[in-house]
Write a protein that binds this ligand. Structure first.
Ligand SMILES: C[S@@+](CC[C@H](N)C(=O)[O-])C[C@H]1O[C@@H](n2cnc3c(N)ncnc32)[C@H](O)[C@@H]1O
Length: 229
């Protein structure tokens, strides 16, 4: 069904993944999130926007009791199912649908998400497009977490500097969540972002840093936010 296979290392784990251009391939932020996941035994996990299933598989291998993995893309859902089987991660339930719709009345101990956050005046592929300010999907994931986390439950989620890191931390406080930074990286702009640089530079919440070669870069911070009550 899929022709290419790749492996991704996360700490002591080696995850095998089918690789196909129709589905988002785990990139630097995916790997950073994976390295920030901590699980106690017996936790029920949601991976929202699972893509290849990578983060759900990591959660399963780290000892999640069970995991629901959702994505809006039928291609991603098919591949996540195949990748779960490839890694013998049999406790992952993959479902198709928009954001929290497939888990409407369900509660989780941990929600993990790597939402699309590329700001653009025009729609891009759903795996990347974050709306005009980059926060369209991210904000919905943040606000919905409160409705789907058990008391004391945790949300593991990144924010990139071109969509406003402080807006995310203020949202945690508004939602009654404590938070900590679990890791960060600095990444140079891709070709797509370079084409959008003038637009992004004018966004009020965007922050671009420049490396020693004066190349534009963004920072990604992975947060773990805990619902206090
Ligand atoms: C940046 S990719 C992350 C994929 C994977 N979690 C990872 O880290 O490698 C974002 C994923 O979210 C999915 N997505 C985008 N909008 C969505 C929505 N409204 N509901 C559910 N999934 C969505 C995309 O199809 C894509 O697979």
């Amino acid at each position: 069904m899929y022709r290419r296979l790749m492996t991704v290392k996360v700490g002591n784990l080696t995850i095998k993944l089918y690789d196909d251009k129709r589905v988002y391939r785990p990139l630097a932020v995916s790997k950073l999130i994976a390295s920030c996941i901590t699980l106690k035994g017996d936790e029920h996990v949601l991976d929202l926007g699972t893509g290849s299933g990578f983060l759900a598989i990591v959660a399963s291998k780290l000892g999640a009791r069970s995991c629901v993995a959702t994505d809006i893309s039928p291609d991603a859902v098919a591949m996540a199912k195949a990748n779960a089987e490839l890694n013998a991660a049999y406790n992952i339930d993959v479902r198709q649908g928009n954001l929290y719709e497939p888990v409407e009345d369900e509660y989780f101990d941990v929600i993990i998400s790597n939402p699309p956050m590329t700001p653009s005046p025009k729609p891009l592929k759903p795996e990347t497009y974050g709306g005009p300010d980059g926060r369209m999907v991210l904000n919905t994931v943040l606000k919905g977490a409160k409705e789907h986390l058990r008391p004391g439950g945790r949300l593991i989620i990144p924010t990139i500097s071109i969509v406003g890191i402080d807006i995310t931390t203020k949202t945690f406080v508004q939602l009654g969540m404590s938070y900590k930074c679990m890791g960060y990286i600095i990444v140079t702009f891709s070709k797509l972002l370079k084409n959008l640089e003038t637009y992004i530079a004018k966004l009020p919440n965007a922050s671009i840093v420049y490396d020693k070669y004066m190349r534009p870069c963004w920072t990604a911070v992975v947060f773990e936010a805990r619902l206090l009550s």
